[in-house]
Ligand binder design. Structure first.
Ligand SMILES: C[S@@+](CC[C@H](N)C(=O)[O-])C[C@H]1O[C@@H](n2cnc3c(N)ncnc32)[C@H](O)[C@@H]1O
Length: 319
């Protein structure tokens, strides 16, 4: 437990209001964290409302946090950063800021991270922006992937892809049924008979496809009802869920230093991971309380085959 006063607590976690690099510098957290799972403010051409930094200043800004992250992570812990790309001002070319950040993180003297693997989040529901280059002049296509850097303090962080296996594709099911003749592929790879052994599922690729289209969650309903503005840049629960499952076990400690509406905390609560969340904006943390049973009284109701959460007063309307 940190020395500062929590903003709120749940069965598995604690949320703090303040600057993450100050709050997480607490001595009690040193070498104690299994996973830092986060989506920091991205570098944007125009400053957004929650403290986004310009691309040119971004790396220096982030490295101050990164030293604290390195210090609190266990030796086998991981740092997973979801970071969106950005366009250069006034021309259809891409900023390199998130690649520069990655390189610097892997070069920091005394706080070096390794790149365990890069992931890409494909969000089919992304809008075609910037309109000038994509929909008006038609010089660029829709930008629909965000980068996710999975970093670690040593080359073998705690990880198991067995915990995130996916259903086999139809063609793989056919192959498992009919068997596979060993042969050499045009690339020169020898495919052995082991390839047709049924395991517990398919090993997922580093491309994660999730549409970010939350519109009727308990969080959004409760925000609407209590007049709190929902967080403008939430990630879908499936994103932290993938990494939390692959990189931690029940009871492990997960930290989100830029927690926003605390999707990370909510996923941890369901998966029985301990969590610490930090954000500098009080309204975001206030709204994030609705993700937890302790602060949001209501019922899950099944209607037309769909499970929806209704706040207690809303449920009464349906009775
Ligand atoms: C992209 S948002 C995170 C959204 C979150 N993943 C979610 O799904 O709701 C980044 C957050 O970082 C917070 N932030 C910015 N600077 C911060 C700082 N110095 N310490 C803690 N949080 C900060 C912002 O208030 C913002 O909510």
């Amino acid at each position: 437990m940190l020395r500062i006063e929590p903003f709120y607590e749940t069965e598995y976690g604690v949320a703090y209001l303040g600057d993450a690099k100050e709050i997480l510098a607490d001595e009690s957290l040193k070498n104690s964290v299994d996973l830092i799972m986060t989506s920091p403010p991205f570098a944007l051409r125009r400053k957004k409302e929650y403290g986004n930094v310009e691309a040119g200043e971004y790396v220096a800004w982030f490295l101050e946090f990164a030293r604290v992250f390195h210090r609190i992570l266990k030796q086998k812990g991981s740092l997973v950063i979801h970071i969106g790309g950005s366009w250069d001002r006034g021309q259809p070319t891409r900023s390199l800021y998130h690649y520069e950040l990655l390189i610097e993180l892997c070069r920091m003297p005394g706080y070096k991270f390794y790149l365990a693997q890069e992931f890409f989040w494909y969000n089919p529901s992304k809008l075609p922006t910037p309109a000038e280059w994509v929909t008006v002049r038609r010089e660029r296509v829709k930008d629909a992937v965000d980068c996710i850097w999975w970093l670690c303090k040593e080359p073998h962080p705690k990880a198991s892809n067995r915990k995130v296996l996916q259903p086999y594709s139809e063609s793989m099911e056919q192959l498992l049924k009919n068997g596979y003749k060993t042969k050499v592929r045009p690339s020169g790879h020898q495919i052995s008979a082991k390839f047709s052994k049924r395991n517990n599922g398919a090993i997922p690729p580093n491309l994660i496809q999730i549409a970010n289209t939350e519109s009727n969650s308990r969080y959004l309903r409760a925000c609407r009802q209590s007049g709190i503005r929902p967080h403008p840049a939430r990630y879908p629960a499936g994103l932290p869920e993938f990494f939390i499952k692959m990189l931690t076990d029940e009871g492990d400690l997960v930290v989100d230093p830029f927690a926003g509406s605390n999707v990370t905390g909510e996923v941890c609560e369901h998966l029985k991971r301990r969590w610490v969340a930090v954000d500098v904006v009080e309204e975001y943390l206030e709204g994030s309380k609705f993700r937890f049973d302790e602060f949001c009284i209501g019922d899950w109701v099944e209607r037309s085959g769909q499970r929806s959460f209704f706040l207690r007063e809303e449920t009464e309307k349906y009775q």
